[in-house]
Design a protein around this ligand. Structure first.
Ligand SMILES: Cc1cc2nc3c(=O)[nH]c(=O)nc-3n(C[C@H](O)[C@H](O)[C@H](O)COP(=O)(O)OP(=O)(O)OC[C@H]3O[C@@H](n4cnc5c(N)ncnc54)[C@H](O)[C@@H]3O)c2cc1C
Length: 466
């Protein structure tokens, strides 16, 4: 009998919870510690702004690896008509997750399967002498489990070091773009720090919310995500050969040469097909890098890779382009050197092209710098406790925690912790591409198989049938 605790109330936690409930021969209890009132939505799917679109086509989204069309069917029921190629509102996917979880719970309930949802945060995890884990919850309760899955997602945003204490304390600086208080009066200029996917949604919301505001976006490279093609692309015909050659490469520089050559080939009609076709080998390519090669990739290629690989829905892209063309939005490739004042704030930047310094005044500054995985610097009490007690150790490049390829967390000496797993963005150091639903649901399915192997199920089912 295995009691399992899943910590984290986002889509990754929901996927693991659902996968385990769908294995009803399992005799232990599954605890889902969600930390929030609407389990399953997490950061990405809690938005109620329907201009915040999925950046994966409907056909590619889902909660369970083996149920490929479920989200599309759900969307069709809700919207009357949806195509697999559509980029639908993220809100709809959040509702879908909740519906899937409800269905799994009701099915599991009818099988007499044991599970509990705890809508509080986990505060600490200890390993007891009997090798079970004791999980302390924020409100003082504790529970025991043989295995724990950490699905805590993105870390809470940390303020930029360049922002003064005074600026941070003002109502003008917004640290979390998903949690904004309405300002007393509409801002005249909104400055968004960051130009990735979070920044795109932030700019789209700001443009509608404050129709008279000027918008400025600043990031070191000034690179907005590229757009998805309007319709799905045919795979590149030589993708398998390219992927095999990439796997045989030594380092990112030779990989870039191979990809460039492929892109120049007449059989490539759209560069995006080649980038998407690498998805199946990205984790292996990353794992093949030495630490120095990973560092080099992060320094020189990360931004262009992120913009090409994690693209925006065409509608979001067009909205941002229209803002630029109308002169309402300016995008700067510049480093933020300082954010000062108490409102309006003065943002000092240094241009990437000219190295000249400039100051921009804004009466709202929104930090939208995206995924933070630097666990060593996080203020998260659970992670701090895990690091302190050596149940986890940071990845050397601060891309989450160090882990085995199967998700088991490593301690500072590199020993895998039996029964203590991570999923999602915490594992970026080991897998690099592990934050989107297509990867998360595959990982959740594998994890469920590891935690409750099919052999155990057949034994339990046979026993239950007498
Ligand atoms: C704005 C945005 C848009 C995205 N769009 C897409 C998309 O279109 N398609 C796609 O495939 N991917 C998308 N992603 C990627 C996204 O990260 C994944 O799809 C997925 O939502 C990740 O879920 P998660 O559960 O790992 O993390 P999260 O959504 O971050 O959820 C983690 C949860 O754990 C909780 N938690 C943290 N600590 C504790 C604790 N100690 N105890 C209990 N609970 C805790 C948090 O409060 C949170 O609710 C997007 C991401 C973002 C941020």
């Amino acid at each position: 009998m295995t009691d399992i605790a899943i910590i984290g109330g986002g889509a990754a936690g929901a996927a693991v919870f659902g996968e385990l409930l769908r294995r009803p021969g399992h005799r232990g209890t599954v605890h889902w510690i969600t930390g929030c009132a609407s389990p399953g939505r997490g950061v990405a799917y809690a938005t109620d702004d329907d201009r915040h679109l999925l950046n994966v086509r409907a056909a590619g989204m889902g909660l369970f690896a083996e149920q490929k069309d479920d989200f599309l069917q759900h969307a069709n029921r809700c919207l009357g008509q949806a195509q697999g190629s559509d980029f639908l509102p993220r809100r709809l996917f959040g509702e879908f997750i909740e519906a899937q979880v409800r269905a799994c719970m009701s099915e599991a309930h009818s099988h007499g399967f044991r599970f509990q949802i705890h809508q509080v945060k986990a505060a600490a995890i200890h390993r007891d002498v009997d090798h079970r884990y004791r999980i302390e919850l924020e409100q003082g309760e504790a529970l025991a489990a043989d295995a724990v899955v950490l699905a805590i997602g993105a870390l809470a945003p940390r303020p930029l070091k360049t922002a003064s204490a005074e600026a941070l304390a003002s109502d003008v600086y917004v640290l979390d773009p998903w949690n904004q208080k309405e300002p007393v009066s509409p801002p005249r200029r909104v400055l968004v720090i960051g130009t990735g996917l979070t920044a795109v949604d932030t700019l789209i919301s700001a443009a509608t919310r404050w129709p008279r505001a000027e918008l400025v976006a600043v990031s070191r490279h000034g690179l907005l995500p590229f757009r998805h093609s309007a319709s799905p692309l045919a795979p590149y015909v030589h993708q398998d050969d390219l992927n095999a050659d990439l796997l045989a490469c030594d380092g990112a520089a030779s990989m870039v040469r191979l990809v460039r050559n492929a892109l120049a080939s007449p059989s490539v009609t759209d560069w995006r097909a080649v980038i998407d076709g690498m998805r199946s080998v990205n984790a292996k390519l990353w794992q093949g890098f030495t630490l120095a090669q990973r560092r080099q990739f992060l320094r020189h290629l990360r931004w262009v890779w992120e913009a090409s690989r994690h693209r925006t829905a065409p509608a979001s892209f067009e909205t941002v382009q229209a803002l630029i063309e109308s002169g309402r939005l300016q995008v700067h490739a510049a480093r933020v050197l300082a954010v000062d004042g108490r409102g309006p704030l003065t943002v000092t930047v240094r241009s990437r092209a000219t190295q000249l310094m400039n100051t921009i005044e804004a009466d709202r500054v929104i930090q939208a710098t995206g995924l933070d995985t630097a666990v060593a610097y996080a203020r998260d009490p659970l992670l701090a406790q895990l690091l302190r007690e050596d149940l986890a150790t940071p990845d050397p490049l601060q891309l989450g925690v160090a882990a085995e390829p199967d998700g088991r967390l490593l301690d500072a000496e590199g020993r895998a912790q039996p029964g203590l797993y991570g999923i999602g963005s915490l594992l970026r150091g080991n897998l690099w591409e592990c934050t989107a639903m297509p990867e998360i649901r595959t990982a959740a399915s594998r994890l469920a198989q590891t935690l409750v192997p099919s052999d155990d199920l057949s034994g339990a089912e046979a026993a239950s049938q007498g």
